[in-house]
Design a protein around this ligand. Structure first.
Ligand code: NAD
Length: 281
């Protein structure tokens, strides 16, 4: 049976290794018949990304840094040469100085890192959408990855939370601008998953445990969860969806207060939590 992405081609920015959300999505798109072009950042990343790309027969595997216009020009020229037109773009790119993803936002944030974080994590989506839309078929889909820290305060997320708020707003402006070309623009707001980028956030493991307690599904997210939602958002299955920030977080975003009876079932984790809270007293 033909896959739902048969004949579709597109660009994926943000594979670093096989834990990357971008990789999970690239793999499922390929399994469903799509051809993908992958970028990587520098020689160190190439060692991981090239074999992954080759395993899914990616026709383009090239360096591209979202802060370097020449590298983007070369990347998009190669994509156009190989693919002609494209059908989708995934932006799974974020960066901030690790030092500033810990402690108090008011004390830690520098002008230099604020600007750099916004440039890499927010402006790049606008830039990639502009470039991609010039070679995108009508009905195409652009997707970014965001996090709840752009809607609510999350400890240590700091300047990245402010960047995600701007990214969420960008989705709506880009959806309006590209809507008249029949191009959709959306975001997935994913629950926490251990990746290279996530390891830069202080106390990430605690964040995951907290999440596990506070989701309706009583578990953490998997790469497969995000990948399947990515497939939906980048395929025609979501043809009527645009300007949307879709939460894929096992229900965390909708929970006002956890049902204590559900927590008690995960006794061991609860004890670890109480320990931690005692130490904080
Ligand atoms: P990851 O480290 O696998 O991916 C981040 C990617 O950004 C890397 O491939 C890196 O090379 C790329 N990147 C950084 N600076 C770049 C630049 N200047 N030019 C080009 N690429 C650059 O981590 P991930 O968790 O898969 O992150 C992907 C996206 O998902 C990010 O936007 C992240 O904020 C978002 N997200 C992650 C989580 C999570 O818990 N892991 C949750 C919600 C949203």
């Amino acid at each position: 049976m033909a896959g739902i992405m048969e004949g579709k081609k597109g660009i994926i920015f943000g594979v670093a290794n096989d834990h990357s959300m971008a990789w999970g999505i690239a793999k499922i798109l390929h399994e469903q018949g799509a051809e993908v072009a992958l970028n990587y950042m520098g020689d160190v990343m190439e060692k991981r990304v090239r074999p992954l790309g080759e395993s899914i027969n990616a026709p383009v595997i090239m360096p591209a840094n979202v802060q370097d216009d020449a590298s983007l020009d070369a990347f998009f020229a190669e994509v156009e040469k190989k693919f002609g037109k494209i059908d989708f773009l995934l932006h799974a790119v974020a960066f901030s100085n690790k030092e500033e993803l810990s402690g108090l936002y008011v004390e830690k944030t520098t002008r230099e890192n604020f600007k750099n974080t916004m440039d890499i994590s927010v402006y790049s989506f606008c830039d990639l959408c502009r470039r991609a839309s010039k070679i995108m078929n009508e009905g195409g889909s652009c997707l970014t990855l965001t996090y709840l820290g752009g809607e609510y305060y999350i400890p240590n997320y700091n300047v990245m939370g402010v960047a995600k708020a701007a990214l969420d707003a960008s989705v709506r402006y880009l959806a309006s601008d590209l809507g008249n070309k029949g191009i959709r623009v959306n975001a997935i707001s994913a629950g926490p998953i251990k990746t290279l980028a996530a390891s830069g956030i202080d106390d990430f493991t605690l964040m995951q445990k907290w999440n596990c307690y506070n989701t309706f599904l009583g578990r953490n997210m998997s790469l497969e969860d995000v990948s399947k939602t990515g497939l939906y958002m980048l395929s025609d299955l979501s043809s009527g969806v645009t300007g949307e920030v879709l939460h894929c977080d096992c229900g965390y975003h909708a929970q006002g207060m956890v049902n204590i009876d559900h927590i008690r079932e995960s006794g061991e984790l609860l004890i670890q939590f109480e320990d931690r809270l005692d130490k904080k007293d």
